[in-house]
Design a protein around this ligand. Structure first.
Ligand code: PHE
Ligand code: FE
Length: 288
């Protein structure tokens, strides 16, 4: 596990940002980006929400090589007023929320090595930038991310960060969205992973359940393997409306002492799109 630092490391600014040093990437590192990019770009159309592909195009992320954050920020700024800034690794919650609330997305600048191609403990630039940035060009999703940052600062004051983190996990990282021809992907943790992009949408194992804010804030999640449940939002507009128009303070208070919901559970009130077999998780457990 990555250890979280308390103070910005040597060379980082007070807000924890560091220069991307784009000119320092090697040909092999650019090549790794291109390899990962080509693999996802071939598989995602039709599976990912169309706005994601639009974002890649609009931000010119389709051009070869690791994106230069300054260039990316310039385009993003014109589209939705967001920027991408580099940080040395995981940053403290408040720092993260503060950046989001100011429409700055913090990204790692390192890229995985060939040994780490399918499994990484800490998010690298491919996850952070390929996974997260395209939807920041979408006005509604961009507003959601900023609101989330403000909500995070507020949650911190109420001791409710863990609850709010579940919302991030099941939307921003692992969310699915309804579409006329069945659910599509939008979560960055899914779309930056070849294997999970297939699993989340096509595999019979995981549950696919309609988004319900309170339910989701009670649901545990796993950080070591594919999710056992995915939550499907109706639209970005609906997600933004439901979260921004709800005062979370009474929600947090009401949930205090409530029991957590297990990752594989299906509840009587769930809107079930797919009742998972959980075969994958079961087989993994037996093997372990
Ligand atoms: N409305 C939430 C609150 O009252 C803040 C929030 C907005 C959280 C959007 C997440 C996403 O705290
Ligand atoms: Fe992420």
């Amino acid at each position: 596990m990555a250890t979280e630092l308390q103070f910005p490391p040597e060379g980082a600014a007070d807000d924890w940002t560091i220069p991307q040093d784009w000119q320092r990437y090697t040909a092999a590192e650019h090549g790794m980006w291109d390899h990962l990019f080509a693999r996802q770009a071939a598989m995602l159309p039709g599976r990912v929400v169309p706005e994601f592909m639009d974002g890649l195009d609009m931000l010119r992320m389709t051009k070869p090589g690791i994106p230069d954050f300054d260039e990316l920020s310039e385009r993003l700024m014109k589209a939705t007023g967001w920027q991408v800034v580099a940080v040395p690794g995981l940053v403290p919650d408040r720092v993260f929320f503060e950046h989001l609330a100011n429409r700055r997305f913090v990204a790692g600048r390192f890229i995985r090595t060939p040994e780490q191609i399918d499994y990484l403990q800490e998010p690298d630039i491919f996850h952070d930038v390929f996974g997260h940035v395209p939807l920041l060009a979408h006005p509604v999703f961009a507003d959601y991310m900023q609101a989330y940052g403000e909500g995070g600062l507020r949650a911190d004051g109420m001791g409710a960060i863990d609850r709010l983190a579940r919302l991030y996990w099941y939307t921003v990282e692992f969310g699915l969205i309804r579409h006329e021809d069945g659910p599509k992907l939008y979560g960055a943790g899914i779309v930056s992973s070849y294997a999970e992009s297939l699993f989340a949408l096509d595999d019979a194992s995981p549950n696919r359940i309609g988004f319900d804010l309170e339910r989701l804030m009670r649901t545990k999640y796993r950080i070591d393997d594919y999710q056992q449940s995915y939550f499907v939002i109706d639209s970005f507009e609906d997600l933004l409306r439901q979260t921004v128009e709800t005062d979370f303070a009474p929600l947090y208070a009401g949930l205090e002492g409530s029991e957590d919901i297990e990752v594989e559970a299906i509840l009587p009130d769930d809107r079930v799109y797919h009742h998972g077999t959980q075969d994958y998780a079961r087989a993994k457990k037996i093997a372990a």
